[in-house]
Design a protein around this ligand. Sequence first.
Ligand SMILES: [Zn+2]
Length: 177
Amino acid sequence: MEVLRQAIASPENLQGRHISVALRCRRCGSAIETIDHILLTCPFARAAWLGTHMAFTIPEGDNFQLHQWLLTLSRSPYESKSQRRKVFSFVSFMCWTLWTTRNALYFEGKAGSLMEIIIKAEKAFRWYQSSMDVFNDQATSSTIMSSSSSNWFLLASETYKLNTNAAFTIDNRAGGI
Ligand SMILES: [Zn+2]
């Protein structure tokens, strides 16, 4: 599944769809809740990033944007390609966890503590890493290249791509991603 910036139903985007919602962030109450605020610049998000094993420090400023940070991360030196992949994998899991936790707060009233968020993202990341280790042990490099390269394409700048799975009940009354 591909989630684009404008497809995410934050209050900022919902307003453009003429849906009346409170614009202020429910975590800090001091800023308009944009995607960049939810995932990066909210004090809650900043503390979560810093509390991870990678101890990310999000640059100062309320207007700092996710695509800027990803660009900065992509230009940083890494020990290896593997390390670079790990960083971006973990960033993906943190973004996903912050987003789903935000939705749990809005739609289910579950606040979720800082520690719960960090542990959830860390667990998902470690599970993914161990799965990838098994996969890499079993597959030959030529098989990986031929199966993945045919589907890969360069995204336009300021475009976010998030791969995930969806599940639905048999009667299709409920679903989730
Ligand atoms: Zn906030």
